[in-house]
Design a protein around this ligand. Sequence first.
Ligand SMILES: C[S@@+](CC[C@H](N)C(=O)[O-])C[C@H]1O[C@@H](n2cnc3c(N)ncnc32)[C@H](O)[C@@H]1O
Length: 222
Amino acid sequence: MLLADCGGPYDLTPEHTISCYEAQPTSEAELAIMIFLKSQPWRYLGTRLLHVGVGNCSFAVEFAASLKQYVGITISLPEIVLFEQKLANFENAKVFLLNKYDPRFYGLLDGQFDIIVDTLLKSATCCEKHFEGMMEFFTSRLTIGGMLITTETGVQWGWKGNTKRAYTPGAQLDPSVGKLRVLTRNGLRSIGERLGLSLTAVRIDGSLIGGADDHLLILTKS
Ligand SMILES: C[S@@+](CC[C@H](N)C(=O)[O-])C[C@H]1O[C@@H](n2cnc3c(N)ncnc32)[C@H](O)[C@@H]1O
């Protein structure tokens, strides 16, 4: 298959770490996750949370004070600069420049997480092999009962090769490859089953996030 193995991992270079979402509004998918968590504070109060793709830092600003620790990752250097400004007063919040599909980085992240948030699990992958490796890594770092939270819109979207924003080294840039980065809910369920994670879906009303209805897809480790 075209996307089976990129032959890497490949190093992050300046062309991969350029501007991304530091100046963009929070995505509807991330808003949906924030609304869900805010409605059920017992799920996150005092927990350790890994946020994949810090973006404009609104998620970190909203939750850091209530968490035991917030750990963010991104491949965008401007997002790191913004994070260091906005979260300067939070000793329990840190950010790493880290390609989530590159196993050489995983040693930077220590300990277990109660919650992992990633709105675009497969959408930006270089290949199936490194996407599956990332899912195995996330699973290994979830506590028992811990949740990996993503959204339906996220698993339906595949990056089509716009290199004007931060992007994963080794990712093919041909727009036709985008569809191979679409995971789908069934794809998520099936990789979850292989890894011992069970899937639940929670509908989020579009009026709450300023867009169409979405579903949170939550993989729980038992
Ligand atoms: C579309 S933005 C979303 C930002 C924010 N999470 C939101 O939903 O508003 C994608 C985010 O994922 C990060 N990202 C993209 N590819 C990545 C990769 N291979 N490893 C880690 N982060 C990545 C980007 O740097 C950016 O923070």
